[in-house]
Design a protein around this ligand. Structure first.
Ligand code: GDP
Ligand code: MG
Length: 685
C-alpha cells in the first residue's frame, strides 16, 4: 500500500507543479528532461541550442533565458502533470508569484552555489508563506565538488523549514555516478537519458547510507512520536510508515525533501516523478487550500495572459472545480462575463485543441476578453470570491518611450495595454509636464524585453529615453511688476494692464492668486483671465521648469472700454509674471523621496556606501521585520539619483536587494549640479 492511500486521499487526476528556483539553476533544462523521459517529446532539447519547450518565445530564445513562464504537460503512469517553468530572474518574478497559488506543489531547482543562496531564500519564503508543499531538486550533481552534508549545511539557512535529505550520492573517483534512495534503501547508478540501474550497496557506501537514513528518520520523528519511540528502541520502522510520514510532513510544510539529479542528462527525473506522484497533494487539497467552493460550478484561476500578434488572447488557467468547455460562459470577480472560445493544451508556445478541461487541468482558455491575470473565474451566476490576490512588486526602474513614428502613437497605446494585461508588474504613467509615456518595470532586462515585444510582436518601433526628473523652480525674493499689453493694428486694438505683487511661499504650498483690485480699475470679469495668464507664465520659469510655491496678488491695473478683452488681460498677466520672475531670485527645486531599501545584512555596509555616493541622507537602519539576516535601510534621496539605483543595489546583493520609495518634499538645489541641470534644459529646447 502506498503512503497516499494510507492517508485516505486518492492521488490521481491531473496535477500542476511549478518549477522554480534561482536564475540558471536548470529549471528549463529539467522540464525538458521530464518531458523527454515521459515521452511527451521525442528528444531532449537544450537551452544552448534553443530547442527547449520552455523558453520558446522569440525573446527567451534570443536572450537564452526564461523571460516569462512556460507551460507543458506530460503523462506519467496514466496521470497528467502540467509543469510551469517559472523564470528565475527577480525581474520576471511576477509570473512565478501569479502562478504559485494554482499549483499543487513546487519543485525548487537549485545548485550547491553560495552565490545563489539569497535568491533561493526569496523563493522559499514565497512558498512558505503560501503554504505550498515543495521539494528541493539539487541539480548539477555532475559538477558536485563537496560532500552532500556540507552542501545541505550551505543551503539550510535559505529555508525556515528543515531540509530533509532523501537521497545521497554515490561517488566514484570524485564524480557522482548514482544515488541511494534513503526511503527505499536502494542504490542506483545513473545512465544518460535512460532509467538508472539498481545496484547492490556494500562497504563504506552502506555505512554512509545507514547514517544518512538515520538522520532522515530523526528529522521525520520530530513530528511523529511513534517513530521517535521506534528509533529510540532500535525497532526498524515499517517502510510504509516512512513513506506515510514523508508525504504527510511534506504536505504540512514540516520538511523540504531534497532529491538529487542532473537535468541535462535527465538523471533523477524518474525518482522526482515518483515523489510527485506519491507524496504531493492533488487538486482536492489545492482547492481546499484556496477556499474553492465545491458544487457544480466551474471555477478557474487565471495565472497568465498572452496576447498574440494576431489579436488572439489566451488566459492560462487552472481549473479548480467543475468542468470548463468550449463555449462555457465564465464571469470574473467584477461580474464581467465572457465565453470561452477554445480550450487548449499547452506545450510551450505550441497549442493543441482539446474538448474540455476538468478540475485539476491546466489549460489556455481562448478569447476571454475581460479576463485578467490573477482573476478567479466562475461559471456560476454569482462571481466566486478570489482564490488568491497577488499584488505585483512595486516597480523599481523606468524608461520613457515614444513611437519612432508619429503614426504609431495609437498603436503604441494599444500594444502597451496588452502588455500590461500580460504582466501586472509593469505600470505606465503619463507625464504631462514632459510629454512622456513613462514605463515602470522590475529592472533593465524586464524593460528591454517589453520594448522588444512592442517591436517584434506589435510592430511598433520605439525610442527609449531616461525619464525626465520632476524638477521645479521657485523664487526667494518678492517683487512688484507691471504687465502691460497694448496693440493697435487696424480696427480693434488690444489692451490689458495689470500690476502684480509676487511673493515666495512656504515649500509645498503651490500657487495662489488673489484679487486685490479696488474701484474696478480692472473690471471683475477680466480677472479670471489675468489669473490664467499668470498660470501660463508659470509653466516654465526663467530656469526652464514649472514655477511653484509663490503667491501672486493682482493689486492694480487699467483697462480700455473698447480694446480690452479676456485675451488681452490674459496676455498682460503672462507678461507681468514672466518679466517679474527673473528679478525674484529663481532657484531650482528637486524632488526628494523617502527610500526604503531591503537587503541581506552582509550587504548593508555596501548599501550605505551606495546611498552616500548618491547624495543620500541616511535616516537609519534596522533589522527587517520577519526576515532573519536582512536589514532595512531608510534614506532620503533626490529623484535624479534614484533613476538607476536598483542596478547598483542588485549588484551589491546578489540580485535580491530591492527598494520602494515615495515622494517626500521638494528641496532647493544650487551650485554646479543645478547649473548643469539648467544648462541641459536649455540645450534641450
Ligand atoms: N552540468 C550541468 N549543467 C546543467 C544542468 N542543468 C542545467 N544545466 C545548464 O545550466 C544552464 C542553465 O540552465 P537553464 O535550464 O536555462 O536554467 P534555468 O534558468 O533554471 O531555466 C544551461 O547552460 C544548462 O545547460 C545539470 O544538471 N548539469
Ligand atoms: Mg529557465
Amino acid at each position: 500500500m502506498t503512503a497516499a492511500k494510507l492517508n485516505g486521499t486518492r492521488l490521481s487526476g491531473p496535477r500542476c507543479v511549478a518549477l522554480v528556483g534561482p536564475f540558471q539553476s536548470g529549471k528549463t533544462t529539467l522540464l525538458e528532461g521530464i518531458l523527454a523521459r515521459n515521452g511527451a517529446i521525442q528528444r531532449q532539447g537544450t537551452v544552448e541550442a534553443g530547442t527547449t519547450i520552455g523558453d520558446s518565445s522569440k525573446e527567451a530564445r534570443h536572450h537564452k533565458m526564461s523571460v516569462e513562464l512556460s507551460v507543458a504537460t506530460a503523462t506519467f503512469m496514466d496521470d497528467t502533470y502540467t509543469f510551469i517553468d517559472c523564470p528565475g530572474s527577480v525581474e520576471f518574478v511576477h509570473d512565478m508569484r501569479a502562478a504559485l497559488p494554482a499549483v499543487d506543489a513546487a519543485v525548487v531547482v537549485c545548485e550547491a552555489d553560495e552565490k545563489k543562496i539569497p535568491q533561493l531564500q526569496l523563493i522559499l519564503r514565497e512558498l512558505e508563506e503560501l503554504k505550498i508543499p515543495h521539494i528541493l531538486f539539487l541539480n548539477k550533481i555532475d559538477k558536485a565538488d563537496k560532500r552532500i552534508r556540507d552542501t545541505l549545511k550551505l543551503l539550510q539557512p535559505a529555508s525556515r523549514v528543515p531540509l530533509l535529505l532523501r537521497q545521497i550520492p554515490i561517488w566514484k573517483n570524485g564524480i557522482v555516478t548514482g544515488f541511494v534512495d534513503l526511503a527505499l534503501e536502494r542504490a542506483h547508478v545513473y545512465k544518460e537519458h535512460a532509467p538508472s540501474e539498481v545496484i547492490e550497496l556494500s562497504g563504506e557506501d552502506l555505512e554512509r547510507e545507514k547514517t544518512a537514513r538515520f538522520t532522515m528518520l530523526e528529522t521525520l520523528a520530530d513530528h511523529d512520536d511513534e517513530l521517535m519511540e521506534q528509533l529510540l528502541e532500535d525497532i526498524p520502522p515499517p517502510r510504509d510508515k516512512v513513506f506515510d510520514d514523508l508525504s504527510k510532513e511534506l504536505r504540512d510544510g514540516q520538511v523540504v525533501p531534497v532529491l538529487l539529479g542532473v537535468a541535462t542528462r535527465s538523471n533523477g527525473v524518474l525518482r522526482l516523478m515518483k515523489a510527485l506522484r506519491h507524496e504531493v497533494p492533488g487538486i482536492e487539497a489545492t482547492a481546499k487550500r484556496l477556499g474553492v467552493k465545491a458544487g457544480n460550478d466551474a471555477v478557474a484561476y487565471v495565472f497568465k495572459t498572452l496576447n498574440t500578434a494576431h489579436g488572439g488572447k489566451m488566459s492560462i488557467a487552472r481549473v479548480l472545480n467543475g468542468t470548463v468547455g468550449d463555449g462555457t460562459t465564465l464571469i470574473s470577480g467584477e461580474g464581467e462575463a465572457g465565453r470561452v472560445s477554445g480550450v487548449l493544451k499547452l506545450m510551450g508556445q505550441a497549442t493543441e485543441k482539446r474538448g474540455s478541461a476538468a478540475a485539476g487541468d491546466t489549460v489556455a482558455l481562448g478569447k476571454l476578453d475581460h479576463a485578467k491575470t490573477g482573476q478567479t473565474l466562475s461559471s456560476g451566476k454569482q462571481p466566486h470570491p478570489p482564490v488568491a490576490t497577488v499584488k505585483a512588486h512595486a516597480p523599481v526602474l523606468a524608461i520613457s518611450i515614444a513611437a519612432k513614428e508619429r503614426k504609431d502613437d495609437v498603436k503604441l497605446g494599444q500594444a502597451l495595454n496588452k502588455l500590461l494585461e500580460e504582466d501586472p508588474s509593469v505600470t505606465v504613467v503619463h507625464n504631462p509636464d514632459a510629454h512622456e509615456i513613462v514605463v515602470w518595470g522590475q529592472g533593465e532586462m524586464h524593460l528591454r524585453i517589453l520594448a522588444e515585444r512592442l517591436t517584434e510582436r506589435f510592430g511598433v518601433a520605439v525610442e527609449k529615453r531616461v525619464p525626465a526628473v520632476g524638477y521645479r523652480e521657485t523664487i526667494r525674493k518678492p517683487a512688484t511688476q507691471r504687465g502691460r499689453h497694448k496693440k493697435q493694428s487696424g480696427g480693434h486694438g488690444q489692451f490689458g494692464d495689470v500690476v502684480l505683487e509676487i511673493k515666495p511661499m512656504p515649500r509645498g504650498s503651490g500657487f495662489s492668486f488673489t484679487d486685490a483690485i479696488k474701484g474696478g480699475v480692472v473690471p471683475s470679469n477680466y480677472i479670471p483671465s489675468v489669473e490664467e495668464g499668470v498660470i501660463d507664465g508659470l509653466k516654465a520659469g526663467p530656469l526652464g521648469f514649472p514655477v511653484v510655491d509663490l503667491a501672486v496678488k493682482l493689486v492694480d491695473g487699467s483697462y480700455h472700454a473698447v480694446d480690452s478683452s479676456d485675451q488681452a488681460f490674459r496676455t498682460a498677466g503672462r507678461i507681468g509674471i514672466v518679466e517679474a520672475l527673473p528679478n525674484c531670485q529663481p532657484v531650482l527645486l528637486e524632488p526628494i523621496h523617502e527610500v526604503e531599501i531591503v537587503c541581506p545584512s552582509e550587504a548593508t555596509a555596501k548599501i550605505n556606501a551606495i546611498l552616500s555616493g548618491r547624495r543620500g541622507q541616511i535616516l537609519g537602519f534596522d533589522t527587517r521585520e520577519g526576515w532573519d539576516g536582512w536589514d532595512t535601510v531608510k534614506a532620503q534621496m533626490a529623484e535624479a539619483e534614484i533613476g538607476d539605483l536598483i542596478v547598483e543595489i542588485r549588484s551589491a546583493t546578489a540580485g535580491v536587494g530591492s527598494f520602494t520609495f515615495k515622494f517626500d518634499h521638494m528641496a532647493e538645489l544650487t551650485g554646479r549640479t543645478a547649473d548643469q541641470i539648467v544648462a541641459a534644459r536649455r540645450a534641450a529646447e
